[in-house]
Design a binder for this molecule. Structure first.
Ligand code: ADP
Length: 457
């Protein structure tokens, strides 16, 4: 079983030691590539002699890069668990606002203990808090931070690769790190973990569903479908919230009602407050319902999953579509439908894809640009254009314009012909703030026939 964590030091910046994390790679889901990358590290920690005997240069430091809650800490613990070595951890954020000198001495203590317990893992969470580019602070550098960073660099330079200590540092901002940290012999390897895709979300849900009871109407695949943007931590949190709700409601198993309520709660937490000002709310409602109607009435469009006025990130409102089964296999009809449904937003990217990469325009069935153009990056497109004839560039513009005009006409007619349906849906949306795809289609189909393939999902 897991060992007992020991805390060292009395100040804020204490480090912890877990003799045995009890975490394995099976506990970390949806990050297969990162696990693959760390396989070698595990091998090394298990049998350092085998590698040093043949003169292999062992990595000292690995930088784990990814957004919060994507399992970086869990992964580092799993490496220690798989290798059966102790896990030391400290968080960079704890050094902030400490007395000068304390951070540096804490780092020294940490590495001293680590050496005594090698082979082992040293995990530095939020390394950006101490490892930011030096000398960029307002009004000069932060002495404490710099001293702590310098001490960390000194420690890393001080031990040989065969000491059996591997330092894993986590950050979501690799771009702001002091370049001294990334030099050879320090954190010269990077492993990235990202917010999981739908398959990853399903795998993560499976891990956390293991010890819970569900009604037969609950499907992890459907939950995964409904939670784009959720991190592993969000998903773990979601299932736990649902279990708590079920308990509170006196149920013996978690039903899809608890799942729905928990998703709403977490989404609300992520997104901050809803708009309270009536006029902007109504504008956003018309905008979102416009997307939903144009998409739904265009054959081949993805089904609307929900329409909401709850802002998220940069977006004021949102219309969620359930993507096609295999998002990498998209027909011309589907792409065109997305142009109609999305109109304007993200439009340049989709249109250029159709014309220059997928060969779906009157220009012909050719792929004129490679994937760099797919990024939709304006600079990349301009560079690519410089290498083609003026005539071809003009043809591309004309083809793009033709698709735009067609899509605009169709979208406009959907809006004009369905004004009544639109008003009705907006009214409901303003009242409820979020409506499901089914609710949306139920109202819309009172007014107009929805193309068969767009009806349900
Ligand atoms: P990070 O260090 O990237 O901020 P954590 O490792 O602290 O994220 O994740 C917090 C919790 O979220 C984990 O303890 C685990 O319960 C859950 N979690 C996050 N990512 C995953 C994952 N890939 N697989 C399984 N659980 C995960």
């Amino acid at each position: 079983g897991p060992g007992f964590p020991l805390a060292f030091g009395q100040s804020k910046a204490k480090f912890q030691m877990e003799p045995n994390t009890g975490v394995t790679f099976d506990d970390v889901a949806g990050v297969d590539e990162a696990k693959q990358d760390f396989m070698e590290v595990v091998e090394f920690l298990k049998k350092p002699e085998r590698f040093t005997a043949v003169g292999a240069r062992i990595p000292k430091g690995v930088l784990l890069v990814g957004p919060p809650g994507t399992g970086k800490t869990l992964l580092a613990k799993a490496i220690a668990g798989e290798a059966g070595v102790p896990f030391f951890s400290i968080s960079g954020s704890e050094f902030v606002e400490m007395f000068v000198g304390v951070g540096a001495s804490r780092v020294r203590d940490l590495f001293k203990k680590a050496k005594e317990n090698a082979p082992c893992i040293v995990f530095v969470d939020e390394i950006d808090a101490v490892g930011r580019q030096r000398g960029t602070g307002i009004g000069g550098g932060n002495d404490e931070r710099e001293q702590t960073l310098n001490q960390l660099l000194t420690e890393m330079d001080g031990f040989e690769g065969n000491t059996g200590i591997i330092v894993i540092a986590a950050t979501n901002r690799a771009d702001i790190l002091d370049s001294a940290l990334l030099r050879p012999g320090r954190f010269d390897r990077q492993v990235t973990v990202d917010v999981p895709d739908i398959r990853g979300r399903t795998e993560i849900l499976k891990v956390h569903a293991g010890n819970k009871k569900f009604d037969s109407d609950v499907s992890l695949e459907v939950i995964a479908m409904r939670t784009p943007g959720f991190s592993g931590a969000d998903l773990a949190n979601l299932l736990n919230e649902a279990a708590i709700l079920a308990g509170r409601r006196g149920k013996t198993a978690i039903s899809s009602k608890e799942i729905d309520d928990s998703i709403d709660r977490i989404v609300a937490g992520m997104e901050g407050t809803v708009m309270t000002d009536g006029k902007s709310k109504s504008l956003v409602a018309y905008h979102e319902v416009g997307h939903a109607i144009c998409g739904t009435l265009t054959p081949g469009h993805d089904a609307v999953q929900k329409v909401t006025l709850v802002p998220r990130g940069q977006a004021r409102g949102l219309t969620w579509f359930i993507p096609a089964d295999d998002p990498t296999l998209i027909s011309k009809q589907q792409l065109f439908a997305r142009v109609v449904g999305g109109l304007v937003e993200e439009l340049p990217r989709r249109l250029y894809l159709m014309v220059v990469t997928f060969g779906m325009s009157e220009i012909g069935p050719w792929s004129l640009m490679d994937s760099s153009a797919q990024s939709g990056d304006v600079i990349m497109r301009m560079m690519a254009r410089n290498s083609m004839s003026e005539k071809l560039a003009e043809d591309i513009d004309a083809a793009v314009k033709k698709i735009t005009d067609e899509a605009y006409e169709i979208a406009l007619s959907h809006i004009r012909n369905n004004r009544e349906a639109m008003d009705k849906i907006v009214e409901v949306l303003l009242e409820k703030e979020t409506i499901t795809g089914d609710e949306f289609r139920a109202i819309l189909s009172e007014f107009v026939e929805i193309p068969a393939e767009n009806r349900v999902r």
